[in-house]
Design a binder for this molecule. Structure first.
Ligand code: NDP
Length: 241
């Protein structure tokens, strides 16, 4: 029986690459998204992967969304917490809305989503929880106090949850991408990318979404059971925590 994988924010960018790579590896995949219906429908038509709309910042929406996915595909074996946003600004200008949106979407979502599936994984004695943090959660970033705090929180979440579930066949790991060629990074002005970002990357290019997907497929595998609580950096050599 194919294992079931649920990828949050699985319809665009890194998440879309993860969804497609897991499907290619033989998983039954569900991809969630927030509200960009056009992108989600296009992704669904291209990939044949079913899509589901809910806000990962809402616990109740996650409960209803996971219930629907499980009714359609079966219990979730692999959860990929990928959905994330930025609301960058210097901290002394940051609003409480910018803080709360980023903390709730990028960190609160790990509780909101993982809490829905962990009891089932424990009962079935198998599970994979893989979260997508960021290099900027490891090293901090100017203008991203909210984002860096949330992404650092993802790493602590992973380490603690891994300990609690290590004996039960469940692994919990986090991937810290560097700068990846998605809409999130394409929003950075081209001259800033060329003058400030790419020169900091030893491999001298942005990463591709498929390069993060490859790491997810590796960690999701049945024979990756001895890897848990790990932080895997995939950043072209830019930073090592
Ligand atoms: P994109 O902006 O390209 O895609 C984000 C995806 O997440 C979309 O599918 C979006 O849905 C979904 N999403 C956003 N907010 C919510 C929400 N509240 N509820 C449900 N789904 C939501 O992002 P990337 O692919 O660039 O980033 C993916 C992850 O990787 C993020 O966690 C990001 O922080 C992290 N990351 C990215 C890096 C990069 O260089 N791109 C570097 C390091 C980390 P919709 O389409 O409906 O908006």
């Amino acid at each position: 029986m194919a294992r079931v994988a649920l990828v949050t924010g699985g319809t665009r960018g890194i998440g879309a690459a993860i969804s497609k790579a897991l499907k290619a590896a033989g998983y039954k995949v569900a991809a969630s998204y927030a509200g960009n219906d056009a992108a989600a429908e296009k992704f669904k038509a291209d990939s044949g992967i079913p899509v589901y709309k809910w806000d990962v910042a809402s616990f109740d929406a996650c409960a209803a969304g996971v219930k629907q996915v499980e009714a359609d595909l079966g219990p979730v074996d692999v959860l990929v917490n990928n959905a994330g946003i930025t609301k960058d600004t210097a901290f002394h200008k940051m609003t409480v809305e910018q803080w709360n949106a980023v903390i709730n979407t990028n960190l609160g979502s790990l509780f909101n989503m993982t809490r829905q599936v962990i009891e089932g994984m424990r009962a079935r004695k198998f599970g994979r929880v893989i979260s997508i943090s960021s290099i900027n959660g490891q090293k901090g970033q100017f203008g991203q106090v909210n984002y860096s705090a949330a992404k650092a929180g993802d790493i602590g979440f992973t380490k603690a949850l891994a300990l609690e579930n290590a004996k039960g066949g469940i692994t919990v790991n986090v991937i810290c991408p560097g700068y990846i060629n998605t809409e999130m990074v394409q929003a950075v002005p081209k001259d800033v990318l060329e003058k400030n970002v790419i020169p900091q990357i030893p491999v001298a290019r942005l990463g591709e979404p498929e390069e993060i997907a490859r790491a997810v497929v590796f960690l999701a595998a049945d024979d990756a059971g001895f890897i848990t609580g790990s932080t895997l950096t995939v950043n072209g050599g830019q930073y090592h925590a």
